[in-house]
Design a protein around this ligand. Structure first.
Ligand SMILES: *Cc1c(COP(=O)(O)O)cnc(C)c1O
Length: 384
């Protein structure tokens, strides 16, 4: 059996190196390292893939979130509602811009931001909601957009984990993750579903004025050379990363399909196993099927009930099975983001999830033998 890895970037590279290598070489030969033609090609191709008017590439997914918030003109003291159960980048940029993060609880079934909790958190100071499409499937965007409309709020989709996923509305129409809110951010960190070979990110929007504002912000607030109209940042996707991404984009749907295939096999193996809850698909066709793109499994995350999760993690590691706990501490309990205003009773789900979740190896190169070994090792441990 091949060595099991949490992500297998080498295996994926070997399959596309005949395209990626010359593409990187071309950038080097042209010495068009910054803002070269590759960046524009990739931007256009991604706009077309997503069906969104504007993609603005930038340096990483954290910058993308920050720049989106700057573009919307959010001001210190504005309240921004986001999920308690996510990677810290989301709350970090809110705090960094001196906005007030308002963390709320998530759903038990799909781990995404809870609609009732959003409603309870709205105050006259609320200016935006940041749903995070966690682990590869969209938050309940239909309800979030309704709430936003009613209260005149911006919606910023953190789409670092769900690129290529689609959201299905009640009327049956579909939109790609990251094209539904007023603006969205994504990350091209190497282990993301569409990852480059370094850092990278992008902002998406259908709003022409906002796109214009953001294009200036990523480039020192310049709209005309050496005229600085607003305070900006320096955040660029470099051409070598764009070359990698442009070579990988045509494979994204295939990559996501193979993740879904692995998820399906995991689900099957855990069928009927007590104490193991497999991840739920909450939108569209409600299960992992061969045709849908409702869930693109950035992570395959189980909930382990009434079993010592941390002992299971150790057991897997001693059996050469890497795994992850995303995320072990709720954001409202992180030193940097703690606050008197939070009440433990408001985070029942997150507080429970942090004790139960375990993410299994998930990538495009997982084979049946590996999945069988991983699942049987877990089942044997649970059945004692
Ligand atoms: C990865 C990630 C980010 C940050 O992306 P970087 O490119 O690493 O800055 C933000 N939000 C979520 C949910 C992520 O998973």
């Amino acid at each position: 059996m091949k060595k099991i890895q949490m992500v297998d970037l080498k295996g994926q590279y070997n399959d596309i190196k005949n395209v990626v290598n010359p593409s990187i070489q071309e950038v080097i030969e042209n010495t068009s390292f910054i803002n070269g033609p590759k960046v524009h090609e990739f931007q256009k191709n991604l706009e077309e893939y997503l069906g969104v008017k504007h993609v603005i590439p930038c340096a990483n997914g954290t910058d993308a979130l920050q720049i989106a918030m700057m573009g919307l003109g959010l001001k210190p003291g504005d309240e921004v509602i986001t999920a308690d159960f996510t990677f810290a980048a989301t709350v970090e940029v809110i705090a960094l811009l001196q906005l007030t993060p308002v963390l709320v609880d998530v759903n038990e079934d799909d781990f995404n931001i809870n609609i009732e909790a959003i409603k309870r958190a709205i105050t006259p100071k609320t200016k935006a909601i940041v749903p995070v499409h966690l682990f590869g499937q969209c938050a309940n965007m239909e309800s979030i957009m309704e709430i936003a409309k009613e209260h005149n709020l911006f919606v910023i989709e953190d789409n670092a984990q769900a690129i290529g996923a689609s959201y299905t509305f009640k009327n049956g129409s579909k939109s790609k993750a990251g094209t539904i809110g007023h603006v969205a951010s994504t990350s091209f960190f190497p282990s993301k579903n569409l990852g480059c070979y370094g850092d990278g990110g992008a902002i998406f929007t259908n709003n022409d004025d906002l796109a214009h504002t953001i294009r200036g912000i990523v480039n020192h607030g310049m709209y005309e050379r050496y005229h600085h109209d607003v305070v900006g940042v320096n955040s660029r996707l470099d051409s070598i990363q764009a070359a990698v991404l442009d070579a990988k984009l045509p494979h994204l749907d295939t990559y996501n399909k193979s993740r879904q295939g692995a998820a399906k096999k995991y689900n099957k193996a855990f069928e009927g196993v007590e104490n193991v809850m497999t991840p739920k698909v909450s939108n569209g066709c409600l299960e992992v099927c061969d045709t849908c793109d409702c869930h693109v499994f950035h992570q395959y995350t189980l909930r382990i009930k009434d079993v010592d999760r941390d002992a299971l993690v150790k057991h897997l590691n001693t059996h050469n099975i890497p795994c992850g706990v995303y995320y072990p501490i709720p954001l409202h309990n992180q030193k940097a983001y703690k606050g008197d205003r939070y009440n433990e009773d408001d985070f029942k789900v997150t507080n429970q999830l942090v004790k139960e979740v375990i993410s299994l190896p998930m990538h495009t190169e997982l084979d049946d033998e590996q999945i069988e070994y991983i699942t049987s090792t877990i089942i044997k441990f649970i059945n004692g």
